[in-house]
Design a protein around this ligand. Sequence first.
Ligand SMILES: *[C@@H]1O[C@H](CO)[C@@H](O)[C@H](O)[C@H]1NC(C)=O
Ligand SMILES: *[C@@H]1O[C@H](CO)[C@@H](O)[C@H](O)[C@H]1NC(C)=O
Length: 178
Amino acid sequence: MASFLHFFTIILSVLLPLLEATTPHGLKSLHFSLYQHETINKTGYIIVNGVAGPPVSQTTTPFGTLFAFQDPLTLKPNYTSKVVGTAQGTSITSGLDGLESISIASITLNVKKHKGTVSIVGLTNNIKPSNHPVVGGTGDFLFVQGYVTSSPVNLVGLTVTYKIEFHLYWPPYAFPKS
Ligand SMILES: *[C@@H]1O[C@H](CO)[C@@H](O)[C@H](O)[C@H]1NC(C)=O
Ligand SMILES: *[C@@H]1O[C@H](CO)[C@@H](O)[C@H](O)[C@H]1NC(C)=O
């Protein structure tokens, strides 16, 4: 019996720290989706032409293409719906297949009583969902962590639309006790 209790205590002492690490005690988080609309030669422009790979099309750009954008973010898929944010950034085609690029963006938001910016960086695939790590924020998003998932909704026509899902988490030190 004693050895069983001993064994049980050892198991508990091994398991408890693991459970604690995966339980986000008091961690504040926010989850929501917006829609990004990009109109070629209006909200997004090729600044430098690429050098190799497939030509410019709805979904591809030559390797090395430098693109800059300032796109509105709306609440609903229709671009006439309410604008609640802006995504400003740049992307450089980094896949020789012309489908992938390294994207850097600062997203200005005014949603769910939160105002500020969220900065993201990562690989974007033009035709598949892509996860972008959140590298920080400003305003109400100061110290924020997490990721955003960008998925194509409509790639036909002059304006293309992506769904942007935000998964934001604030570390405990974002809210120092006064
Ligand atoms: C955008 O502008 C560039 C440079 O003027 C032009 O070559 C290209 O055809 C335009 N694209 C569209 C879709 O209008
Ligand atoms: C978007 O909304 C406008 C105005 O309400 C409407 O005329 C248009 O058909 C809608 N477009 C789509 C794709 O639902």
